[in-house]
Design a protein around this ligand. Sequence first.
Ligand code: THU
Length: 157
Amino acid sequence: MTTKEIKSSFQEYASLDELSPEDRELATKAIRSMSHAYAPYSHFHVGAAVRMSNGQIVRGANQENAAFPSGICAERTAMFAAGAQYPDKYICSIALAGGVHGRLTDHPATPCGACRQVMAQYQARAGKPISVLMVGAKAIWKFEKVDDILPFIFNSI
Ligand code: THU
């Protein structure tokens, strides 16, 4: 038996000012998209923004439903919209931000497992890493590729 380790690294930024202009724009759009959330049940508003290979930014926000599983997260809203609008382009990066009643969390909100899996597939489709920016009021985390937040990605079919 051998014990193996999985390593993941990311950058932590103290504020939007520390980000590159491109990442700052994406993070800002994710924060602004929080106000587009429809979250009458959880009151947790999440905004997401996806940058495409043609430079276009597609935004999303979580959309809840009384039949709970019918709702969808901000990240998947943005990624699926991006895939549907620009089928011949690929996703380069995604940013997300969340908070209760629209107040940005201090600590970055992190994407759920289903959204990570969807990110992984768009990354595989692109054949290039998708960077993931998780935006909080007191810290911003940047992961260079989806593998860093989803080890052992399911890609067997
Ligand atoms: N949510 C997202 O939009 N993204 C995530 O990655 C996690 C959770 C939404 C789903 C639901 O509307 C609310 O946040 C509370 O879970």
